[in-house]
Design a protein around this ligand. Structure first.
Ligand SMILES: Nc1ncnc2c1ncn2[C@@H]1O[C@H](COP(=O)(O)OP(=O)(O)OP(=O)(O)O)[C@@H](O)[C@H]1O
Ligand SMILES: [Mg+2]
Length: 275
């Protein structure tokens, strides 16, 4: 695991993983993961299918325990700090007939993380209105969630994750199945979450290109290992070749980056190759 941009001398890290190793079904999925993220940092998590991206988020959420190593959030053990982490899960598709409005979905974000403390009615409504407004979802606040477009739903899920005022937000493939315009809108929104609100964001995506303009660092996962640094430090032939364990090429064309090499790398970049 390389941490190519040490954070020593800067703000206290909000999220730290040290020597994390995870096995699932008797097979190592992540090994030797070390990372240290600052407040307000937006980190793109990139890697082929099965690289361990969702597993990494589950470890940070405390839903899975590492076999080895430590996860600390805000300086405390992850299990004791779950309320500091907001989460947007991979592929949430509500039933079209689900009797839940956009406002209800966002309000649910107030309930999970408050450990029995419930906000009173007026405060609650004001907080939900503020969150809806902040993500630009006020105009469809009373629509059923099952009838919203993918981009509208993603904004709500971000509001749902943010409303409990977490210090870290984890988004698992929030750009999947969105058209380019909706992708741009969600990327801009997530950039504001990190850079205006100071929330540390981990955003999982197969294609790094849509987030090149907003991500501060990239966490590239392959074969259970990770490289962390700026795009220029990590997305290089030598660093990725070592991570994948075989020769790869990094091609920059029209401001886009293509990673080309082995079978899993081609799968990773097929969307960019067609563009
Ligand atoms: N509960 C489980 N038991 C056994 N193996 C598991 C379990 N959950 C995940 N795995 C395996 O761990 C590996 C990493 O899975 P993970 O879901 O973290 O990958 P990912 O990088 O999120 O992939 P994708 O891009 O497809 O979402 C995969 O090989 C997967 O099959
Ligand atoms: Mg996944």
């Amino acid at each position: 695991m390389r941490n190519l941009q040490p954070v020593a001398g800067q703000a206290q890290p909000v999220l730290e993983l040290a020597g994390v190793r995870v096995s699932l079904g008797g097979r190592p999925v992540l090994q030797g993961i070390d990372l240290s993220l600052r407040p307000g940092e937006l980190v793109g998590v990139i890697g082929p299918n099965g690289a361990g991206k969702t597993t990494l988020l589950k470890i940070i959420l405390g839903l899975l325990r590492p076999d080895q190593g430590k996860v600390r959030i805000g300086g405390h053990d992850a299990q004791a700090s779950r309320s500091l982490v907001g989460y947007v899960p991979q592929s949430y598709t509500p039933d079209p007939d689900l009797p839940l409005t956009a406002r209800d979905l966002v309000a649910l974000g107030l309930d999970g993380a408050r450990w029995g403390f419930s906000l009173g009615g007026r405060n609650r409504r004001a907080k939900v209105d503020e969150a809806l407004n902040w993500v630009g979802a006020s105009s469809y606040a009373d629509q059923p969630v099952g009838r919203l477009s993918g981009g509208e739903l993603q904004r709500l899920l971000v509001a749902h994750a943010l409303i409990s005022e977490p210090r870290v937000v984890l988004l698992d493939e929030p750009l999947a199945n969105l058209d380019l315009r909706s992708q741009d809108e969600v990327v801009a929104l997530v950039g504001r979450v990190a850079h205006e609100r100071g929330v540390t964001v981990l955003l999982v995506t197969h294609d790094m290109n849509p987030i090149l303009g907003v991500m501060d660092r990239i966490l590239y996962l392959a074969r259970g290992q990770a490289a962390l640094g700026t795009v220029d430090e990590v997305v290089r032939q030598d660093v990725l070749g070592q991570l994948y364990g075989h020769h790869i090429d990094v091609v920059r064309v029209h401001g886009r980056i293509l990673v080309v090499g082995g079978p899993d790398v081609e799968a990773l970049t097929c969307t960019t190759c067609d563009a």
